[in-house]
Design a protein around this ligand. Sequence first.
Ligand code: AMP
Length: 293
Amino acid sequence: MRIVLLGAPGSGKGTQAQRLQAKYGVPQVSSGDLLRDSVARGTELGRKVKSVMDAGQLVSDDLVLGLIRERLGKPDAARGFILDGFPRNIDQANALNALLKELGQPIDAVLLLDVRRETLVQRLAGRRTCPTCGTVYNVHSMPAGATTCSKDGAQLYQRPDDKEDVVAKRLEVYQSQTQPLIDHYSKLGQLRAVAGEGALEEVFERMEAAALAKPVPAEKVKVTMRTARSTTAKKKAPAKKAPTKKAATKTKASGKKAKARRRPVRKAAAKKPARRKSVKRVAKRKTARARRR
Ligand code: AMP
């Protein structure tokens, strides 16, 4: 399983990546987590990127690519990976392509989690994280007044880039820099869109289905029955002759019949009065005949 997860901040990439990781045993490689880890450890890279991240901007490509290269080079990524948050622009996508070629590990699919903007804003602005175990909560689904982690009791915190004004900036950056990747991967035939709203479990099932659906290589695609028959029919059709008068009438009549067969119920109902009229006519004729006798 070598997958790229695409989607706006708050679309649920991280949550779904963790589930895929737990079920399929391939590591989630999140560029955001790698960067946050560098910030938390106070590394030189972490010090460089902190203010950029806090402002909701993208960190420079070379720094992120360095982290991704190092992570994908680790033994656990040799069996596959779920890339979450990388690539974020076309240059990163091209760099990733080159890196994966080098590693001999081409992407199987790019899954796009499709979520409406208002849902994204609600999810991001309401997100609270446990500093100890990393569990993510949302104020909208937490018991009223709860501020601590239900697993270890630690005080939950709001990520600096989840503050409302920064959320707006991140969505703007997504639209201008990351959204073009939808078109990019779509043209490469690798994109699979998944509806990202609804119960977590349902979204996961959709993700799984999309991730595991193996594309059929073009040379193995067989022509369907319908297309095969219509192609043969086209080939075997004799050259058109001008129809005789009789044949023309017949064709017209059978054409009418065929049309009538295709008519929807509503039209058939509209024909009813005409039948009643002819019944009347028959009755009239019968009375006239009786009188004549
Ligand atoms: P995320 O956790 O994926 O929402 O990322 C949080 C922040 O990390 C982003 O707002 C960016 O500042 C930075 N970041 C994460 N991934 C990338 C990336 N691929 N390229 C540039 N910056 C990134």
